[in-house]
Design a protein around this ligand. Structure first.
Ligand SMILES: C[S@@+](CC[C@H](N)C(=O)[O-])C[C@H]1O[C@@H](n2cnc3c(N)ncnc32)[C@H](O)[C@@H]1O
Length: 305
């Protein structure tokens, strides 16, 4: 685990250096934690519910059942903390009223090609047995089976490598952070080519939200859709920066708790050179004024405690 973590950190730094980006202390701390959580999560079944550590008996039982290792169980309880087992899903987009399969279909029909990018896709639904009709990357892959690798390209990033091999047309980009997305230009995703950019509980951990937003805006094609969730304290910053990248806010919703605020932006169809875009801030304003009730039940990733 320690060697794997050191290697992942080295490769992340290499990617960041390639784009001339240096994370600050807070960003690096968050990345280190993310790497650790990724490595832990690799060992669990996707989306397996792990009880809170506030209930030690249930937590230890569940972790032992999942890992089969007393050592791993105790280390996770006493030191590593939160374990995640992120399956990936479109749940937060759906909470905002977006059906990503429908969105993908529409864009493919209109443009003749579709590039989908998910930041922090985890297992991306590709490890779950019932992935055929699922609402995640695996579901998209099934839906566009015949177009995959021809006119439909599905990409996702992770802080570590989660997948050993993937079907044609699906690409994992490991060791990539949200602020470090520009490196994808060297990995087959040129700027201005992404139709849908989605991130559920991943860009959420990025502390340099400004760089993430700029990178996401640059990757999106005209009319491209960006949906992600973020911490409420970053809402003001995001609303202030969006216009520079030509992003117009379409929808937002404060889900409360660990889901934070989900936002949807659209890249303007075309930007006149040298002129900043006019940003529709109505959603953000009402968001600041009004707090939405917290979502009932378990947060999307029950193990993020
Ligand atoms: C809790 S999982 C979420 C996985 C999946 N999106 C889901 O909803 O199940 C967190 C994911 O975010 C990624 N991640 C963590 N910190 C990140 C950062 N600063 N930038 C980009 N991705 C990050 C991890 O590699 C992991 O894939």
């Amino acid at each position: 685990m320690f060697i794997a973590a050191a290697r992942a950190r080295k490769l992340i730094l290499r990617n960041l250096e390639a784009i001339g980006y240096e994370p600050d202390e807070a960003a690096w701390r968050s990345i280190r934690m993310g790497v650790k959580r990724d490595l832990q999560a690799h060992r669990l079944r996707p989306n397996v519910p792990i009880p809170s550590r506030r209930n030690p008996v249930r937590y230890l039982k569940a972790m032992f059942r999942e890992t089969g290792s007393i050592y791993d169980t105790l280390v996770s309880f006493l030191h590593d903390g939160t374990w995640t087992s992120s399956g990936g899903s479109f749940r937060l987009a759906e909470q905002l009223g977006f059906d990503l399969v429908h969105e993908a279909n529409r864009r493919l029909q209109a443009d003749g090609t579709l590039r989908y990018l998910e930041v922090g896709g985890g297992w991306a639904g590709l490890k779950s047995p019932a992935s055929g009709s699922s609402r995640d990357i695996a579901g998209l892959a099934k839906h566009f089976e015949r177009d995959l690798g021809q006119s439909v390209f599905l990409h996702f990033t992770n802080l570590t490598q989660w997948h050993a091999d993937l079907p044609k047309g699906i690409f994992e980009h490991p060791y990539v952070t949200a602020a470090g997305l520009p490196v994808l230009d060297t990995q087959g995703i040129p700027p201005g080519t992404v139709g849908i950019l989605y991130s559920q509980a991943a860009a959420y951990f990025e502390t340099d939200v400004k760089s993430f937003l700029a990178a996401a805006a640059a990757l999106l094609c005209p009319g491209g859709l960006l949906i992600f969730n973020l911490r409420p304290e970053y809402v003001g910053l995001v609303s202030d920066c969006a216009g520079t990248g030509g992003l117009t806010m379409r929808k937002s919703c404060d889900l409360g708790g660990m889901n934070g605020v989900v936002v949807a932006f659209e890249k303007q169809p075309s930007l006149k050179k040298g002129r900043a875009a006019v940003v529709d801030m109505t959603g953000m304003k009402s968001l600041r004024a009004k707090q939405y009730p917290a979502e009932k039940g378990r947060p999307y990733a029950s193990n993020q405690r």
